[in-house]
Ligand binder design. Structure first.
Ligand SMILES: NC(=O)c1ccc[n+]([C@@H]2O[C@H](COP(=O)([O-])OP(=O)(O)OC[C@H]3O[C@@H](n4cnc5c(N)ncnc54)[C@H](O)[C@@H]3O)[C@@H](O)[C@H]2O)c1
Ligand SMILES: O=P(O)(O)OC[C@H](O)CO
Length: 335
């Protein structure tokens, strides 16, 4: 198969390698000449996962038309803030029956659309779009460390197609029909991971981190349920699995950013130092908008949104959170 991978960050690079290791010819589209040249000439992405040698059947280009020529399957792995613009550029060159897989985790601000929905909006035929999510740090997947992911699609044949492209003994892939649940979990867990990073940076202990993760999972479940997903998805790889991996791992950019933020580093400083996306920061804003529209209580999301985007001090945010009176543990999830 010829697989086009749109994006050349850490996750795009690791997944390009995974697909190519299964014998597929992978062409990566990069917005950066430097990345495309490094991949073609050295077989290494010079900016992301720089120690990882890509299989020989991976090439790269900055020409999106060339990248999409004769694609049997297309994978989007660009940051959420660039996804619409890039899907719009790609759309005229994508055949209407070509299956598409979305790796981006986020919610679009102002529209409240999930990432597969943004691609569907631009490229049409949403039934051929799947989403992959789960506890997957690119740094571990590219080393072949045992990992698992879930691929969700309306059409089981589309999910199975991408399972065939990516499956390996060390990369287990489960299927789901709950695209909304899988996408919502992937977006919101990044918010909770930033809050965990802030708490650990501020000196809170393991009990507090467990409290944030558990109440975070309840918050994710309420949002998933209200957006039309299945609360059970929150117990799976995209929910509980990814929440644990992102809230606890030193690989997580969201958690690391939260830690740095608690020490006075701004989002702009962190992103320009690392050249990496902190999806939870953008999701805090878009999920707050969405929660208000859906009428869902999302205190951790609101608190992070206040701290990141409305200049509220960490002390005020914390006081607002602990001033809340604890109520029923599972309100808003099960009717
Ligand atoms: N890194 C992981 O382990 C991982 C795992 C699962 C999902 N994801 C998700 O995958 C998505 C991509 O993340 P990543 O980790 O690959 O990115 P990254 O943080 O490693 O790299 C940033 C990406 O942004 C791209 N970029 C920067 N400016 C751009 C522009 N103007 N136009 C187009 N692209 C631009 C860069 O080329 C690069 O692809 C995110 O939604 C992330 O949440 C990442
Ligand atoms: O490094 P993060 O925090 O963007 O997390 C990466 C993945 O989403 C983990 O599954």
């Amino acid at each position: 198969m010829k697989i086009t991978l749109i994006g050349s960050g850490s996750w795009g690079t690791a997944i390009a390698g995974r697909a190519a290791s299964n014998g597929n010819d992978v062409i990566m589209w990069s917005h950066s000449e430097e990345c495309a040249r490094g991949i073609n000439e050295q077989g290494v992405n010079p900016r992301y996962l720089t120690q990882y040698e890509l299989p020989k059947n991976v090439s790269a280009t900055t020409d999106i038309v060339k990248a999409l020529e004769c694609a049997d399957g297309i994978i989007f792995a660009v940051p959420s803030t660039h996804l619409r613009e890039i899907a719009n550029q790609a759309a005229p060159y994508i055949c209407e029956t070509t299956p598409i897989l979305c790796l981006t985790k986020g919610i679009e601000s102002t529209t409240g659309l999930l990432m597969n929905e943004v691609i569907g909006d631009e490229c049409g035929h949403p039934e051929r779009i799947a989403a992959l999510s789960g506890p997957n740090h690119a740094e571990e997947v590219c080393q072949g460390q045992l990992s698992a992911a879930v691929i969700a699609a309306e059409d089981n044949d589309v999910a199975s197609f991408f399972k065939g492209i990516l499956l390996a003994p060390e990369f287990r892939i489960y299927l789901s029909g709950d695209v909304i649940g899988v996408e919502m979990c992937g977006a919101i867990k990044n918010i909770i991971a930033i809050v965990c990073g802030i708490a650990s940076g501020a000196g809170f202990g393991d009990n507090t981190l467990a409290l944030i993760m558990t109440r975070g999972l309840a918050e994710i479940s309420r949002l998933v349920h209200a957006r039309g997903g299945e609360a059970l998805t929150c117990m799976g790889l995209a929910g509980m699995g990814d929440l644990v991996a992102t809230c606890t791992s030193p690989h997580s950019r969201n958690r690391s950013f939260g830690h740095a933020f608690s020490q006075g580093t701004s989002l702009e400083q962190y992103q320009s130092q690392t050249h990496m996306v902190v999806e939870g920061a953008h999701a805090a804003k878009s999920a707050t908008e969405l929660a208000h529209i859906l009428g869902v209580d999302a205190p951790l999301t609101f608190a992070l949104n206040d701290a990141l985007w409305h200049g509220q001090s960490m002390q005020e945010v914390l006081t607002n959170l602990v001033d809340r009176v604890p109520t029923e543990e599972f309100y808003g999830i099960i009717e």
